[in-house]
Design a binder for this molecule. Structure first.
Ligand SMILES: [Zn+2]
Length: 375
């Protein structure tokens, strides 16, 4: 099983120059490869794939673009692999073989694109405690300081160096062995993921939501105003923009931390997890909800509850979103058709039980998931 650990880097100014150079080289090669592919297509060359594009560029690389040799060779190869993946995703989508969001034809990458990244193969770097060694980086490949040590043990498969806000990160992929199924504290559970409370569980426990963005809303307004007052493209504008970027990044970090902590605890403690398919994308269309939803990033949280149990030998079963988990009384099965989104508690007209809306839903989700798993 492959796990990734994203670690913040503390590069020296020289090392940061290298990172920019590598990201720039990747963008350049990607664009060259895309232009070549379009040309190949226009003159009707068959099977003009990544391998042939690479061969073609290699014939003139040394003469025309000698600076490409200043960065690790993987940067060059990674760019062509990325284009290959983007093309095949596009053609699979066009042929109807790919589900999910629409995939467009690959575009040329401009310098304005703030996403800067490049890949490294596992034979091209080494990790030791707080240091990562990358070839071509300084005369002896001086190591770059990492803010944390690598969390996982196992065979290192590769890495991606990328820039987010004003920071550089390395995401290291490690192939870890799947652990033996552990003894779980509790056999089964239902999880109701929500906006007010991050998750309510059928054993009447809960994980609170961190709402750092809402707390920092006044600061956000201030930062936005200060950006709007500056002349676009000026030094002061870039400074304000960078401040805003750091703010968003910090908020995202806090949120992500809360999500990982909760999903880890759920995956570790329960062997069988029932989870409702919230269809977050559809919900975000509702304007009133969209701020809170984008704020809490529930889609990513749900994804974590789905993949993490695999690490501990557990299992997650999703319950369809049309199943009336909130409206059905868990005690007698009566369906409360009058229940609205604002009702946090309700009294069952069938049996008189007073329900906490979400805990009742979580219990129904647990039962429905068990029914689906045994069907
Ligand atoms: Zn009832």
């Amino acid at each position: 099983m492959i796990k990734a650990h994203k670690i913040r880097l503390n590069p020296t100014p020289e090392q940061e120059i290298y990172f920019r150079k590598a990201a720039g080289t990747k963008r350049f090669v990607y664009n060259q490869a895309l232009a070549l592919w379009k040309w190949g297509k226009s003159v009707g060359i068959e099977d003009f794939g990544p391998a042939e594009i690479k061969r073609q560029i290699n014939t003139f690389k040394e003469e025309q673009f000698p600076w490409m040799y200043d960065v690790a060779k993987d940067v060059f190869e990674g760019a062509i692999q990325d284009l290959g993946a983007a093309l095949s995703n596009y053609f699979e989508y066009k042929a109807g073989k790919r589900k999910g969001a629409k995939v467009g034809f690959p575009k040329f990458k401009t310098k304005k694109n703030k996403k800067q990244s490049f890949r490294l193969n596992n034979d091209k770097f080494s990790v030791e405690n707080h240091r990562i060694r990358i070839p071509h980086l300084g005369p002896e490949g001086a190591p770059v300081n990492m803010a944390e040590t690598l969390r996982f043990e196992g065979k290192i498969m590769g890495a991606v160096v990328s820039k987010v806000a004003d920071w550089w990160f390395v995401s290291i992929m490690v192939d870890v062995e799947k652990p033996e199924p552990k003894q779980f504290a509790v056999a089964t559970v239902g999880v109701d993921v929500g906006i007010k409370t991050l998750a309510k569980l059928s054993d009447e426990s809960a994980f609170e939501n961190q709402k750092p963005l809402r707390k920092g809303l006044s600061l956000l307004k201030k930062l936005n105003r200060s950006l709007a007052r500056r002349i676009k493209g000026s030094n002061r504008w870039w400074k304000a923009k960078s401040k805003l970027g750091r703010f968003h990044f910090k908020v995202a970090n806090k949120r992500s931390d809360a999500h990982h902590k909760a999903s880890n605890a759920i995956a570790k403690n329960y062997a069988f997890i029932g989870l409702e398919d919230l269809h977050v994308k559809g919900m975000a269309k509702n304007r009133k909800l969209s701020l809170s939803i984008s704020e809490v990033g529930l889609g990513e949280f749900i994804r974590q509850i789905e993949y993490k149990p695999d690490w501990f030998g557990g299992e997650t079963v999703r319950v369809g979103r049309f199943y009336a988990s909130s409206r059905t009384c868990n005690d007698c099965g009566y369906i409360n058709k009058e229940l609205t989104l604002s009702d946090r508690t309700w009294t069952c007209q069938g049996c008189g039980t007073i329900h906490d809306r979400d805990w009742n839903a979580a219990k129904n989700i647990e039962q429905e998931a068990l029914r689906l798993a045994c069907a």
